[in-house]
Design a protein around this ligand. Sequence first.
Ligand code: HEC
Ligand code: HEC
Length: 206
Amino acid sequence: MPLSCRFVTTVTLVLALGASASAFAAGNAARGKVLSYTCLGCHGIEDYRNAYPDYDVPRLGGQHADYIVAALQEYRSGARSHPTMQVQAATLSDQDMQDIAAYFSSETVVKPDMAGAPTPPAKVATLCVSCHGKDGIAINSAYPDLAGQHENYLEQALQEYKVGERKNAVMSTFIVTLTAQDIKDVARYYAGLKPGLVTLAREVVY
Ligand code: HEC
Ligand code: HEC
C-alpha cells in the first residue's frame, strides 16, 4: 500500500475509533459485568420464564446501550410496569445503568442472513422497518434490536403498549394500527430472524 494511502487509512481508523469511543465513554463494561451478576440469574438463563403471565425473559446480549438505559429508567420512573424489574431498577444509579448497558451491548450482534428470510408482514414493511430495520437490527442505539428476541416476549411487549402498561410516545402511535393478529405476525417475523440478540450467560466469578 502506498504510504499516503496508509496514512489516510490510519487517520480514518483513528477518527472512527474516536467516534465510537465517545459514544460509549459513559459506560464502563467491566464494572457493568460485576453489577449484572444478579441480573443474569434471570437474563443469563436461556428460556428462563416470567410467571403470570408466562413468557421468556428478554435477551439482552447485543442489545443497544442507549435503549437499555432508557428501559431501566422507565422501570425506575414507573413508565414501564413490571414489579420485579421496578425493584431491580430502583436501586441503580444513572452511572450503574450506563455501565450495565455497556456490558450487555459489548456482545456483538450477528446480523441475520436475509437471503433465506421470510417476506415481512405488510405492516412491518410499511410501519416498522424505518426504525427497527427489515432485518430486526435497529437503525440507531435508541431503538431496540428485535432480531432473535423471544417471540412470546415481543408479543408481551406489544400487548403492554396496546393496553398502556408500557408508555412510550413513539410506540403508542404505532401500536394502535396493529390488530391482535398483526401483533402475533410481527412478533413471529422478528423473533424468527436469527441469530440477532443472544442470551448472555453468567460466568462464574472467583
Ligand atoms: C427475577 C428475574 C429478573 C431479574 C433478577 C432481572 N430481570 Fe430484567 N427483566 C425480567 C423480565 C421478566 C423482564 C420483562 C419485563 C417486562 O415485560 O417489561 C425484564 C426486562 C428487562 C429489560 C428490558 C428489556 C427490553 O428488551 O426491553 C432490561 C434492560 C432488564 N430487564 C435489565 C435487567 C438488569 C440490568 C437487571 C439487574 C440489575 C435485571 N434486569 C434483573 C426479569 C428479571
Ligand atoms: C420511529 C421509530 C419507531 C418505529 C417506526 C417503530 N418503533 Fe418500535 N420502538 C421504538 C422505540 C423508541 C422503542 C422503545 C420504546 C420504549 O422505551 O418503551 C420501541 C420498542 C419496540 C418494542 C419493544 C422491544 C423490547 O425489547 O421490549 C417492540 C416489540 C417494537 N418496538 C415493535 C415495533 C413494531 C412491530 C413496529 C411497527 C408496527 C414499530 N415497533 C415501529 C421506535 C420505533
